[in-house]
Ligand binder design. Structure first.
Ligand SMILES: C[S@@+](CC[C@H](N)C(=O)[O-])C[C@H]1O[C@@H](n2cnc3c(N)ncnc32)[C@H](O)[C@@H]1O
Length: 236
């Protein structure tokens, strides 16, 4: 039977270390964990979701695909029901970047280099990168994937050696810039378009907020510089 795992989730799966014990936070249908176990990529999956209904579906799917013996299921906020010894890899996909940051902040035990974090926010990627840098997590790599006409980034992070990122780096990290993906020009276009609209919107406002204007203008300038550098090196 064919399970509907998206290219977006396959990107997350490709970053899971072989044999990992995985927490799939916000698992919904549970297909990521099921696929990882079927492929032999993971040895165990703890699947959690805030809502009972999706989790019941995930349980049912795991029985259908024969992976239920290597999975546990929790109705919980983030990692609240999962213990530090239970997993070594944490996947958070399909939630907002601020929500992912909240989930990590509420589980202080993830501040340990033994955990591999695989994070694929749907929105507010800049907020997530800002949080990671300020909390001391280092981004090890980023990948881009296109799915259903949308572009997503997935990052791998680990505690230790992180540093606060500049506004521009929060939108386009050095690791994403170095990923070598043919999707990078389209990603640049998306980020630059969004920042240009934001800066113009703040400038038009009756009472422009100085701190916001400084942050977004700085991010825009930095990403424009990155684009110029990228274009100049891509030509050579
Ligand atoms: C859009 S779905 C993404 C499902 C899957 N991870 C994916 O990427 O395709 C988001 C899921 O996250 C769950 N969710 C949202 N906030 C959560 C939280 N704080 N803790 C656990 N699950 C959460 C929602 O109930 C929903 O099932």
């Amino acid at each position: 039977m064919k399970r509907p795992i998206s290219d977006r989730l396959l990107c997350c799966a490709s970053l899971v270390p072989p044999g990992a014990r995985v927490a799939d936070v916000g698992c919904d249908h549970g297909y990521l964990g099921i696929w990882l176990l079927e492929q032999g990529r993971a040895s165990y999956v703890a699947a959690s979701d805030l809502r009972e209904k999706p989790l019941e579906k995930a349980r049912e799917n795991s029985r259908l695909f024969g992976t239920a013996d290597r999975m546990d299921f929790y109705v919980a906020d983030g990692l609240a029901a999962i213990g530090p010894e239970q997993v070594d890899t944490i996947v958070c996909a399909g939630m907002g970047g601020d929500c992912v940051a909240h989930i990590l902040e509420e589980a202080p035990w993830v501040r340990d280099p033994r955990y591999t974090l695989i994070l694929q926010p749907q929105t507010s990627g800049n907020d997530l990168r800002r949080y990671l840098g300020e909390a001391g997590f280092a981004i090890e790599q980023e990948q881009l994937v296109q799915d259903g006409g949308f572009l997503y980034f997935t990052l791998v992070a680990r505690y230790g050696g992180g540093r606060p990122l500049t506004p521009g780096e929060q939108y386009l990290s050095p690791q994403l810039l170095a990923c070598g993906s043919p999707l990078l020009p389209a990603y640049f276009d998306r980020v630059l378009g969004a920042l240009e609209r934001t800066v113009a919107g703040i400038r038009r406002g009756a009472c422009p907020n100085d701190a916001k204007l400084t942050y977004y203008s700085c991010a825009l300038q930095e990403v424009q510089e990155m684009r110029r550098y990228y274009d100049s090196t891509a030509d050579t």
